[in-house]
Design a protein around this ligand. Structure first.
Ligand code: MG
Length: 405
């Protein structure tokens, strides 16, 4: 059993007083030794000098530092292939800490977490407890009871337990239905009810079952889209894909073949790609995205605003739609920074001449705010919750009946 008091630890902070406080907290936890660095440069030099002798197990770094800040330090640590663990600390608000943590993960660093200054002994102890645990693996399980396994997902696939719900996207100006997002639902017999995507998608990604799941979603989407069309509805269908799907070199050609077989126009399909996942950049992914674009399939940047280097992703990938994350939409009236992100996302989409979608529109106020900002499309409970296919058909008829009058 590894001994936590033997950890090779380093704190990086330009504030000497903060370092003192940190060392006191460590001492209370009976950790006597800790490297200290008061700048990013000094930290990097220490990392390199110790690499072959006794590599550091954990670096805890402040975000705000002159010259090289914590964010730049994370990048440099990734460049030197630092394979210990990392945590960030800051007196800044929790959103910034969360973003810094996500950035570290995007660099493929083993990020334990983020803690707020002033550092409390308890928070530090919790962080250190994680050092010997598996990185990222323990995802919070809702209700703390059930644990979904790859076998259970496979069973779900074999027994057709996955199905799609559809949530409409409506044009703000015309109020016409533009399309819908297909959302996967798992009615698990083993767990006796619905298992949410958050509970099985990360595991499916780890176990590469995500390819089978996405293929199932695509097949079901195509069938439902055909049915909606047969009922006389013109719709564009949004399908969520994982970055792992896009690293499969034959993804685009397989999808194109399926669409051709079913006589679906590629421009009726929008693939939603999560921005944070995008940062695990790979040449395969770019090749596949380029091929999809050539085929005429629309690419949408999903959950916009929750990742980090949104701007740089937009430069490299030919997106035709930007989906603003719900956290910047619902209740944006009450929070200044939320509203600013919403506004700048809307104007960014306008500057890039791509469609903007606001997710999570739940109230009249949300709708009015979105409308005033010139956002093109809206999705959320104010319009409709996600619906099973038959209910979605009914909803379409009712909505179209209403908007025609
Ligand atoms: Mg989505």
């Amino acid at each position: 059993m590894p001994d936590i008091t033997q950890l090779n630890l380093m704190i990086v902070d330009d504030d000497e007083f903060a370092i003192e406080l940190f060392l006191c907290a460590l001492e209370e936890l009976e950790i006597q030794t800790c490297e200290t660095a008061c700048s990013g440069q000094e930290a990097l030099a220490l990392v390199e000098s110790r690499q072959s002798v006794s590599p550091l197990d954990l670096i805890i770094c402040d975000i705000e530092m002159p010259d090289m800040d914590g964010l730049a330090l994370l990048r440099h640590l990734a460049e030197v292939n630092f394979d210990g663990k990392v945590a960030v600390i800051s007196g800044l608000d929790s959103d910034i800490l969360r973003m810094a943590r996500d950035l570290g993960k995007a660099h493929n660093l083993d990020v334990l977490g983020a803690i707020q200054k002033p550092i409390q002994k308890e928070a530090l102890a919790l962080l250190l407890d994680q050092v010997f645990n598996e990185p990222f693996a323990p995802k919070p399980k809702p209700f703390g009871k059930r644990s979904v396994s790859a076998d259970a997902i496979q069973f779900g696939l074999d027994n057709d337990e996955f199905t799609l719900f559809f949530q409409p996207k409506v044009n703000v100006q015309s109020q016409c239905v533009f399309g819908a997002e297909a959302l996967i639902r798992w009615f698990s017999s083993e767990f006796g009810g619905i298992v949410g995507p958050d509970e099985f998608i990360p595991l499916a990604e780890e176990s590469s079952l995500i390819n089978a799941i996405t293929e199932r979603v695509i097949d079901m989407s195509i069938q439902e889209l055909k049915r909606f069309k047969a009922e006389g509805h013109r719709l564009k269908l949004s399908i969520n894909v994982s970055m792992l799907n896009l690293s499969q070199l034959d993804f685009a050609t397989n999808l194109a073949a399926k669409l051709k077989n079913e006589a679906i126009d590629p421009s009726d399909i929008i693939l939603e790609i999560t921005e944070t996942a995008l940062m695990r950049d790979a040449t395969n992914v770019l090749e596949v995205l380029t091929r999809l674009k050539i085929l005429g399939i629309c690419l949408s940047i999903d959950d916009f605003g929750t990742g980090y280097s949104s701007m740089s992703q937009l430069q490299h990938i030919p997106f035709s739609e930007l989906k603003i994350d719900r956290s910047f939409v619902y209740g944006a009236g009450e929070n200044d920074s939320t509203r600013r992100i919403l506004e700048s996302s809307a104007s960014l989409a306008q500057q890039l001449a791509i469609a903007s979608v606001a997710e999570g529109v739940e109230t009249r106020e949300d709708w009015d705010r979105i409308s005033a900002l010139g956002i093109d499309l809206v999705q959320g409970y104010f319009i409709s919750k996600p619906l099973p296919p038959e209910d979605f058909s009914t909803w379409l008829r009712e909505w179209n009946g209403l908007t025609e009058n």
